[in-house]
Structure formats: C-alpha cells, structure tokens
Design a protein around this ligand. Structure first.
Ligand SMILES: NC(=O)c1ccc[n+]([C@@H]2O[C@H](COP(=O)([O-])OP(=O)(O)OC[C@H]3O[C@@H](n4cnc5c(N)ncnc54)[C@H](OP(=O)(O)O)[C@@H]3O)[C@@H](O)[C@H]2O)c1
Length: 274
C-alpha cells in the first residue's frame, strides 16, 4: 500500500462541483497518486461515481494501468449484514466501474454482529470482488474482538482511524497493536480537515524547513512506521503539495519540536471520530 493516498469525503455532493472533482481525481492520478479512498457514504454514492469517472478517463488516456491503482471503499454499518455487505459492494463496484475493490472496509461498528460482516467480507475476497477487507474507527478493544471472529479466512488488512498531529491518541495502544500484527493504520483527516495548514507554530517550523504547514503535518503522520495518510484535496496546489510531502524526511530535532508543539499521548484515550 502506498504511504500516501487521496481522500474523497465531501466529493460527489453537488452537481455543480462534479466536473472539478473528476478533474481533481484525474489530476491526482496523472501526478502519481495510486491510492484513492472513498465510501458509499460520501455523497451517498456520489464520490464513488466521481472516482469511477476519473479512473475510467485515466485508464482510457493511458495515464495508469488498473493494477497500479489501489482503490479503497467502505460499507455503511447498517448495510454490513451477511447479505447487505455483498449487495452494497456490488452497488459500489457499479458506481466505481470496477470489477474489484482493492480494500473494502466496515466504515464503523454498527448493529450487525462482527462475525456476519467478516463472513461476508471473506466471501467477497473468495469471489474476487474485493482484494482485501478491513475496518475503520476500530479501537484496540474492537480489534481484539475482531481477531476472535476472523477464523482461518483472510484476516483484517487495515484499520482506518483519525490520526493527525492534532489527534495523536492512536499512537498510544492502537498503533503499536496494529504494528505488531503487520496491519497498516490508515490515517484519516491528517491535516485536521485543513486546520493544521493554519497552525501558527507548525507554519513557523515548516517555514524554517522550506515547506508548508500542511506538508509538515502530513510528513509527521507518515513518519510513523505502519501509517498511511489519505489527505483529501481538490485544489491542484494542494494535490501537488501533499504528494511532495511523501518525500520529506524529518530529522530528530524536527520530530522533537513537533512533539513539543503537539505532544504525544501519555496514556490511553478513547478513539476520536470525525
Ligand atoms: N473512515 C472514516 O470514518 C473517515 C472519516 C473522515 C475522513 N475519512 C477519509 O479521509 C480523508 C481525509 O480526511 P478529511 O477530508 O476529513 O480531511 P483532511 O484531508 O485532513 O483535510 C482536507 C481539507 O484540507 C484541505 N487541504 C488539503 N491539502 C491541503 C494543503 N496542502 N494545504 C492547505 N489545505 C489543504 C482540503 O482543501 P481542498 O479540498 O479545497 O483542496 C480540504 O478542505 C477523507 O476525504 C476520507 O476519504 C475517513
């Protein structure tokens, strides 16, 4: 899995923004983004439609080959029954215009027993409709419960949670737990939905390094082993900035200063959700 991907929340919500959003996803692919994160929830299918159109155009133009892309989508918890998961996946595949989703996540825990969702996910892997399955917004105790019901089939491939310099809670407990089991943590809202780009302390430190505050925020998240960041961007300048952040290497002094500005957690806290 690449260490940087493109988020798509808030895309596909308004018809008058659709062309710009398709163009943004197209541009992202042309620039070199290979991981795209979406969900049936985003724009109630609208974001998947935007992503599907952009991928179709990129494939037609020869910008990328399908096997180079890693497409992530998510099932709503209320759909995550044995049958509902399968049906939701088929609807997502149709909107995305794909034969398979590379990683399919349970968006958050809901009313359906985990065992039923896992059974459906494993069946989708066996049928080749998804490459891997995983979860989102699962804290350590949820993960412990999940591994109890996974059985001998393919296991959980990733957990997508809120992790940023402003929300470092998962670094205590959850991230080490995932790392020990070789499961990547996908960090959502890694720029705190744009807020970290305005962070004065971060901007000062970033200025000394010749980068932007958003780039420093992203590089800080990606510096943690086992973490993948999925910032959302529509503006071309943001897309380029964020991709370049994946190349930044932070030295020990910078990491120490970041810890001073945004201290790491000293104890377990409940998992934050956006
Ligand atoms: N699993 C979950 O429950 C969950 C929850 C939340 C999010 N997510 C996923 O994670 C993705 C990212 O999270 P997010 O969208 O909440 O927040 P985010 O990526 O932290 O922030 C996105 C916002 O920051 C702006 N931005 C992007 N790059 C920037 C830059 N270099 N400088 C300044 N501003 C910049 C974007 O503006 P423009 O768009 O105008 O460029 C947008 O307004 C989502 O899109 C979604 O795919 C998952």
């Amino acid at each position: 899995m690449p260490v940087l991907g493109l988020g798509t929340w808030r895309m596909g919500e308004a018809a008058d923004r659709r062309a710009a959003e398709v163009a943004a996803v197209r541009e992202a692919i042309a620039l070199g983004y290979r991981l795209i994160d979406t969900a049936e929830m985003y724009g109630e299918g609208g974001a998947e439609t935007v992503v599907g159109q952009a991928i179709a155009e990129a494939l037609r133009a020869g910008d990328v080959r399908r096997e180079e892309l890693f497409v992530v989508s998510k099932v709503y918890p209320h759909n995550a029954s044995r049958r509902g998961t399968r049906e939701a996946c088929e609807r997502s595949l149709k909107r995305l215009g794909l034969d398979a989703i590379d990683l399919y996540l349970l968006h958050w825990r809901g009313e359906h027993p985990l065992a039923h969702t896992v059974e459906a996910m494993q069946a989708l892997v066996a049928q080749g409709r998804i490459g891997h399955w995983g979860v989102s917004n699962f804290d350590t105790d949820d993960m412990q419960e999940l591994v109890q019901v996974t059985g001998d089939g393919p296991g959980c491939a990733a957990n997508q949670v809120y992790l940023s310099l402003g929300e470092r809670g998962p670094e205590f407990g959850l991230l080490p737990w995932l790392r020990e089991r070789g499961m990547p943590l996908m960090a959502y809202s890694p720029i705190d939905q744009g807020a970290l780009a305005q962070d004065v302390g971060l901007a000062k430190l970033a200025g000394q390094l010749g980068v932007t505050a958003a780039q420093l925020a992203l590089a800080a998240v990606m510096a943690r082993p086992g973490v993948v960041a999925i910032p959302k961007a529509v503006r071309s300048a943001h897309l380029k900035e964020n991709l370049a952040a994946a190349e930044l290497k932070l030295d020990a002094a910078t990491l120490a200063e970041l810890d001073r500005l945004h201290p790491p957690p000293r104890r377990k806290t409940a998992l934050a959700m956006i």
